[in-house]
Design a protein around this ligand. Structure first.
Ligand code: FES
Ligand code: FES
Length: 150
């Protein structure tokens, strides 16, 4: 079986898995990193949203071979030790989560948006395509504005 190494949340990891294995299942099943959630497996719901080289992406549609030598960050890698990322703190302050299932992906999408656009409009925020079946979109919008002004 081929071997692939990449940076994951600050550490170098090496996995022996088929080249076509989806990164989402490598993260969850091989590496035990379960923040990225499985919703659709086809790049639509965005529950698995994480970052690769600082950009938001969907691990469910990314073969592990495409990650070799790159830097992957999941929700587990966002906080600085015990200090939450400002977006995570804003999520708590605005009490965003309901069931919580979509929230790691929502937060990772929000962090990527703010990195590209530090002062997004409501329309910019509403362009995030992550699905929330609980309908927390209004609170997501408030939390992103709060993080932008923090
Ligand atoms: S699981 Fe739905 S986009 Fe990845
Ligand atoms: S909080 Fe339940 S799906 Fe988003």
């Amino acid at each position: 079986m081929p071997s692939y190494s990449f940076q994951l949340n600050g550490d170098t990891v090496t996995v022996d898995v088929p080249a076509a294995a989806s990164l989402l299942w490598v993260l969850r099943d091989t590496l035990g990193v379960t923040g990225p959630k499985y919703g659709c497996g086809v790049g639509v719901c965005r529950a698995c949203t994480s970052h690769i080289d600082g950009d938001a992406f969907q691990p469910c549609t990314t073969p592990v071979a495409d990650c070799a030598g790159r830097t992957v960050t999941t929700i587990e890698g966002l906080a600085d030790g015990d200090v939450l990322h400002p977006v995570q703190q804003a999520w708590i302050d605005e009490d965003v989560a309901q069931c919580g299932y979509c929230q790691p992906g929502q937060i990772m999408a929000a962090v990527a948006l703010l990195a590209a656009n530090p002062n997004p409009t409501d329309a910019d925020i509403d362009a995030i395509e992550n699905v929330c079946r609980c309908g927390t979109y209004v609170r997501i919008r408030r939390a992103i504005h709060r993080a932008a002004s923090s």
